[in-house]
Ligand binder design. Structure first.
Ligand SMILES: Cc1cc2nc3c(=O)[nH]c(=O)nc-3n(C[C@H](O)[C@H](O)[C@H](O)COP(=O)(O)OP(=O)(O)OC[C@H]3O[C@@H](n4cnc5c(N)ncnc54)[C@H](O)[C@@H]3O)c2cc1C
Length: 400
């Protein structure tokens, strides 16, 4: 008889146990606004402007949007959220979320910030991974130029080497601290070089276990084959393949660029094709569990369910270190907390950074909720249900 508890994603009591009534209402209000993404975008644009001219709107942003999706402004600010998540068996992935800056000073600053997250994760089981975006560490125009096949001039070659060194210093530090580190995937026009670096990192550091993970975006038509090829190379090279599977966040941007430049879009023709490849990739990774460590980064309930069933079917322990689920802080709580309650490994990206500087990140969350049919309404419905459920609970008088 199977004694493992089933997973239900509609248990809102579990999903939102970490939120007070007031916080729940605040989240519901925010997700209601997500039904009007253009208005929200306008709001973010105006807020950005207001912050630039020094108007006192920071408190407003912090109170109404920032705390929904971010752990705080610094690593130490995040400790409260880290502790709260861990009480419910959910890990945190500190994610330095300052985006879109491109000066040598900011690259250095980003490297230092990620080093700090590695330091904070060392020996702390509440923080099972750390993460970074390559675009925060160097000029992605160089990556794009290289990928296009154009020759780099010597100064560009040396900038690229310095860029790569930053990436490898992070791998080295994570490996030395025994902290698993993942690299986010970004736009297809500079991803090849990132993939090469991360794979080189895996070959170097993943001999005994997966310390370095790459991200595979299944909304790309070629990604299933690329994943299989990466697996073959890992088998041939005798190292573990660290895989974070996602659908992909830059759909509109990818399609727009392909149209503008007159090449065939690398993106799947429709959502169904993305879903099919995502679920096939989950299956492929679990089938090859001897060589692959998998993090399933999704808010999709069906894909999550498929993976839970595969884990059980393959006789893996639900908390086997090779299989993890991940969601973003402030989203997909019904998935994260219900998975953790059923004994699966789960962690949430916990973004942090100065309020004004994480606005691009927040703006992407809004975009994402627009790109994901029904995501914001689903979040809204779950929050609504929980508020209604709590209202029905008998009220006991407070003991003085
Ligand atoms: C922990 C975590 C880490 C992440 N890391 C990254 C990362 O490194 N890089 C990255 O790019 N994204 C990343 N994402 C975002 C991710 O790629 C998705 O955008 C987001 O999670 C929504 O997809 P889903 O599987 O959760 O949900 P779903 O709602 O099932 O899927 C929505 C996604 O389906 C795809 N889609 C929607 N419409 C179409 C269409 N018409 N044709 C083809 N495909 C379509 C898009 O990818 C869209 O985002 C991450 C997400 C999570 C939870």
């Amino acid at each position: 008889m199977n004694s493992k508890p089933n997973v239900y994603f509609d248990n809102t009591k579990l999903a939102f146990a970490y939120k007070t009534d007031e916080e729940l209402k605040k989240s519901r209000r925010l997700f209601w606004w997500m039904h009007f993404p253009l208005l929200l975008e306008l709001g973010i644009f105006l807020t950005n402007l207001a912050l630039k001219v020094g108007l006192p709107v920071k408190g407003l942003v912090r109170n109404y949007v920032f705390h929904q999706f971010c752990g705080g402004e610094t690593v130490s600010d995040c400790q409260g959220a880290v502790e709260l998540l861990s009480k419910f068996g959910v890990g945190a992935i500190l994610d330095y979320s300052v985006e879109g800056k491109s000066t040598e000073e900011s690259y250095q600053h980003t490297e230092d910030a990620i080093m700090e997250t590695i330091g904070a994760s060392r020996g702390d089981t509440r923080i099972p991974f750390t993460v970074f975006k390559v675009s925060g560490l160097g000029d992605t125009n160089l990556l794009e130029k290289k990928q296009s096949g154009a020759a780099l001039v010597p100064s560009e070659e040396s900038s690229l080497e310095a860029f790569k060194s930053r990436v490898f210093r992070l791998f080295e530090a994570a490996f030395e601290a025994k902290v698993r580190i993942m690299v986010d995937a970004e736009e297809s026009w500079f991803q090849d070089q990132v993939d090469d670096w991360v794979e080189e990192g895996m070959e170097k550091y993943n001999q005994e276990s997966a310390w370095v993970y790459n991200t595979y975006q299944m909304y790309r038509k070629d990604m299933k084959d690329r994943l299989k090829a990466a697996h073959m190379r890992a088998v041939a090279g005798g190292y573990y393949l660290g895989v974070k599977l996602v659908r992909g966040a830059y759909l509109d941007k990818e399609r727009k660029r392909a149209r503008k430049n007159g090449y065939r879009s690398p993106i799947q023709p429709n959502k169904r094709a993305t879903d099919d490849d995502f679920d096939k990739a989950v299956k492929f990774c679990i089938n090859n569990k001897q060589r692959i460590y998998l993090i399933c980064g999704t808010h999709n309930e069906l894909s999550t369910l498929i993976m839970t069933e595969l884990i059980d079917l393959h006789g893996l322990k639900r908390d086997d270190e090779r299989v993890y689920f991940a969601q973003l802080y402030g989203m997909g709580d019904n998935i994260s907390f219900n998975l953790a309650n059923a004994g699966f490994n789960v962690a949430k990206y916990l973004p942090y950074g100065p309020v004004a500087e994480v606005l691009p990140y927040l703006s992407r969350r809004v975009d994402e909720n627009r790109a994901i049919a029904g995501q914001s309404s689903r979040e809204y419905e779950y929050l609504n249900e929980e508020i209604k459920r709590r209202k029905k609970l008998p009220k006991f008088p407070k003991i003085a």
